[in-house]
Design a protein around this ligand. Sequence first.
Ligand code: MN
Length: 181
Amino acid sequence: MGIRSFFSLFLLSVTIPYAMASDPSPLQDFCVAVNNPANALFVNGKFCKDPKLVTADDFFKSGFDKAGNTTNRIGSSVTAFNVDTLPGLNTLGISLVRIDYAPFGQNPPHTHPRATEGLIHFQFNPTRSKAVAFAALSSQNPGVITIANSVFGSKPAIDPIVLSKAFQLDVNVVKNLQTKF
Ligand code: MN
């Protein structure tokens, strides 16, 4: 490989954009989250419970075996086990979700701002049977941005003329979509 090719390859490798997100590496073995910072420690994530007061229950949560209620307009239900529902996950950089799907249900296009499922993705159940999925995300608090909600349900609303042009839709179709979110 010539010096010019090497530098071209190097330049290409440092300029290619890519999406990647995750929590910072844990700085301690555990840091059970507490909402009240009195007598607690703040490292990264939420405040840490005093380690002398930590119990096994801080790392346990039941209910992952229970199906969520999918009788809604999209036909799915997400049960999240993250730092808000399982405090022992604080600073560990991981969380779990259970997603239940009704027949022909979907988890609509969405993205997670703080986890490696960073690109827009969705799931659709194309069968006449119920379905279930389990996923692990690379963040204690991955967050979720549902695309249709954030575009058509934005508060304050995005001007329908802007959305009409952006999505190449009739402005009345946009206005109708904005009433649904
Ligand atoms: Mn997802």
